[in-house]
Design a protein around this ligand. Structure first.
Ligand SMILES: Cc1cc2nc3c(=O)[nH]c(=O)nc-3n(C[C@H](O)[C@H](O)[C@H](O)COP(=O)(O)O)c2cc1C
Ligand code: SF4
Length: 664
């Protein structure tokens, strides 16, 4: 008996049998077309079904026009044309023995009234309290609104049933409409829908009863609930109050499962927790509390990234089913790999939230920083890596993420692949990124890529400097240059395109030098940030922890601006502030004179002189491109990928590596 077997036991939700305990909870991937679930979404979820997940849920299906539009445009569920799409989805996942539930919901005050030009609408909320996130002002829900919205829930559930979907999940969490009814923060009604717990549950129970009546007793209805809104301030639902809500809901006998999450729109960084949070399995204690209250299946969630951890949760009895959602965005084959003894081949989600959360928050389709196949399944999905017509010798120069990815794909296609790397280890700048405080999971990405190239027989040569002569000697048919980038040391900023450097700046340090040896810095350190990414935050934490006085100066509106949408900011910035790091946003460095640094307010141009012993520059990177140019001079055909094209992020590196590896 394997320790994982507990996960492969079937379980009943109502009269629906799930083949295993691995669940992919609802997640909007931004794949809607004309605001309904698209073929791309079907292909994406079928890939997870093929990979063995027991149950999959697409993102929330919106039940009424007043609830439309938020992240990534959203998906309407009430419209008749969705039935055909739901049918495609249920057929696709059922082919692999997987079940599909549809989460149905309404954004309430957290929608976006004007996002859809042709469907601009007013927002509706229980007490007309404005959105915590956008500040948009909703109208208070009136009696006839309640009727109309309930009708929308019923229509959406009926559409799901007509489309062959196995059941629906009432979204009662994350601060959206039903959560707004449940929470004293957002429900200040004095009628029968406000006040006591029973009254706050009334709307949800009316919705659920109406669906039961329409869809019948055999059609399972579950719910996803924020047991605790995680506000850390008085007012929101606490776990004790959440238990009261669960008691009332469960007593109705209407719900076939409870999926236990936490948080609301103000606390997204806790329920889609980023790498920097270092939290894993964070909602298991909440699920365990609900387990004690109900006799239907309980689902847990929250950065469960290791299959062994999922098994342990079920074995302990803390939950019956485990959602591994981003884990499946990163690797759709978790179950098939784990159940066939290939746990080492799983690509664990590292919580970096760039390819998934940040993209949806920007209104883009999601992918994955580590797995560029995500979202591109109809082109690159399972079975699409086929042997090359003519096996060749492929030489990859550079062992960062783009080089490693291209080497892996080329080797999987049967090419003979040699990868040369000048450092004594693989991973490129990711190795440094993993040495920043709270960012160790970057090393998991490196380890996963390393294992993949080893598994597919790539000949890796470390400590090997690539020269044109060596490349000639190796005699490859295809050359992939992935030589990366280096941090710029000039102080150039596009806001001062008139000058190449900061006048008077001498011997600044770059981020890698600080990571290697923080003691190269003097007592007072000024970190100059021109990118807004995590690097200056991480360096500041290293330095302040080592006893330095640290100030971050940035031209951005606030410090850590680029880390807001991944949710890292909310973990890192308070920590730095508490440690005494000084934040100076909207400021440029005008000049340096010894230890005197003149700072300039971006908008008033008021100067201020600040003393600093060391200046650290986080001001972009420059491509390492000489080798590429030399090879091209010799007339060779060369592929160039990753940062040596233009220094960007890991997502682009992975994508370009995948693309070239599939095409050489
Ligand atoms: C891109 C993205 C979209 C999401 N959309 C939804 C959604 O529509 N409904 C929902 O209940 N949760 C949504 N979630 C939350 C996930 O279901 C899940 O609770 C969260 O990602 C934490 O689980 P994990 O660590 O296993 O990913 C979304 C998460 C992500 C990353
Ligand atoms: S982008 Fe990062 S957080 Fe999102 S699924 Fe991929 S590895 Fe996980």
């Amino acid at each position: 008996m394997s320790e994982l077997d507990v996960l492969w036991q079937p379980i009943e939700i109502g009269n629906v049998t799930l083949k295993n305990r691995v669940w992919v909870s609802a997640h909007d991937a931004g794949y809607s077309e004309d605001n309904i679930l698209s073929d791309r979404y079907v292909a994406y979820l079928e890939e997870r079904a093929k990979g063995g997940a027991g149950t999959v849920l697409p993102g929330v299906q919106i039940v009424h026009p007043s609830g439309s539009a938020a992240y990534g445009n959203g998906m309407d569920g009430w419209r008749p044309e969705v039935v055909e799409q739901y049918r495609k989805l249920s057929d696709a996942v059922h082919r692999h023995g997987t079940k599909v539930f549809l989460q149905i919901g309404h954004w309430g005050a957290e929608g976006d009234a004007g996002q859809l030009l042709d469907a601009q609408h007013e927002l509706l909320a229980p007490s007309g309290i404005r959105s915590i996130v956008s500040g948009q002002e909703p109208r208070t829900i009136e009696a006839n609104d309640i009727e109309a919205i309930i009708a929308g829930y019923v229509q959406t559930a009926a559409n799901a049933q007509d489309g062959g979907v196995d059941g629906v999940e009432i979204h009662a969490g994350h601060g959206y409409l039903i959560c707004q009814f449940l929470s004293p923060l957002t429900n200040q009604r004095t009628d029968e829908y406000g006040g006591s717990v029973e009254n706050r549950c009334r709307f949800m129970l009316e919705v659920t009863r109406a669906i039961k009546e329409r869809c019948g007793a055999d059609f399972p209805i579950g719910t996803r609930i924020s047991l605790d809104e995680l506000m850390d301030l008085p007012g929101g639902i606490t776990a004790d109050e959440g238990e009261e809500v669960v008691r009332v809901l469960h007593a109705s006998g209407l719900f076939s499962y409870f999926s236990v999450t936490g948080g609301n729109s103000h606390t997204v960084h806790k329920w889609i927790a980023p790498m920097t949070s270092e939290s894993h399995a964070n909602f298991v204690p909440l699920a365990a509390r609900v387990k004690k209250l109900v006799d239907v299946p309980v689902i847990t969630v929250g950065r469960i990234t290791e299959i062994t951890q999922a098994a342990e949760i079920v074995r302990r009895g803390d939950a019956d089913i485990v959602a591994m959602t981003r884990a499946h965005i990163a690797d759709p084959e978790i179950v098939s790999k784990a159940s066939s003894g290939r746990v080492d081949e799983i690509r664990p989600c590292i919580g970096v939230n760039q390819g998934c959360l940040r993209r949806i928050a920007r209104g883009q389709m999601i992918s994955c920083t580590q797995n560029p196949v995500t979202g591109r399944e109809s082109q690159w999905g399972a079975g699409s890596v086929t042997p090359a017509a003519v096996p060749k010798k492929v030489l990859v120069v550079g062992g960062g993420p783009s080089g490693l990815k291209s080497a892996e794909l080329a080797a999987r296609r049967g090419h003979e692949v040699v990868l040369i790397e000048q450092a004594d280890a693989l991973g490129g700048q990711l190795r440094y990124a993993s040495r920043l405080p709270h960012r160790a999971e970057w090393a998991i990405m490196v380890r996963t890529l390393e294992r993949a190239v080893a598994r597919h027989g790539v000949d890796v040569r470390l400590n090997t400097e690539a020269t044109v002569d060596l490349i000639e000697e190796l005699g490859a048919d295809e050359i992939v240059v992935a030589t990366g980038s280096r941090f710029a040391r000039t102080g150039f900023t596009p806001v001062r395109g008139d000058r190449a450097t900061i006048p008077g700046l001498e011997d600044p340090l770059d981020p890698l030098e600080v990571i290697d040896d923080p003691e190269r810095c003097g007592e007072r350190v000024l970190i100059v940030d021109d990118k807004g990414d995590y690097v200056p935050l991480g360096l500041a934490e290293i330095l302040v922890t080592a006893g330095h006085t640290v100030e971050i100066v940035s031209r951005h509106f606030f410090i850590g601006e680029g880390t807001l949408l991944t949710g890292d900011l909310m973990w890192a910035v308070p920590r730095l502030a508490a440690a005494g790091v000084k934040f100076t946003p909207q400021t440029l460095v005008e000049q340096v004179d010894g230890t005197e640094v003149t700072l300039l307010d971006m908008w008033t141009f008021t100067p201020r002189v600040q003393e600093a012993d060391t200046v650290v520059l986080c001001m972009g990177k420059l491509p390492t491109v000489q080798l590429y140019k030399d090879l091209r001079l010799g007339g060779r055909s060369v592929h160039r990928i990753g940062d040596c094209v233009a220094p960007r992020g890991v997502d682009e590196a992975s994508y370009e590596g995948e693309m070239v590896g599939r095409s050489v």
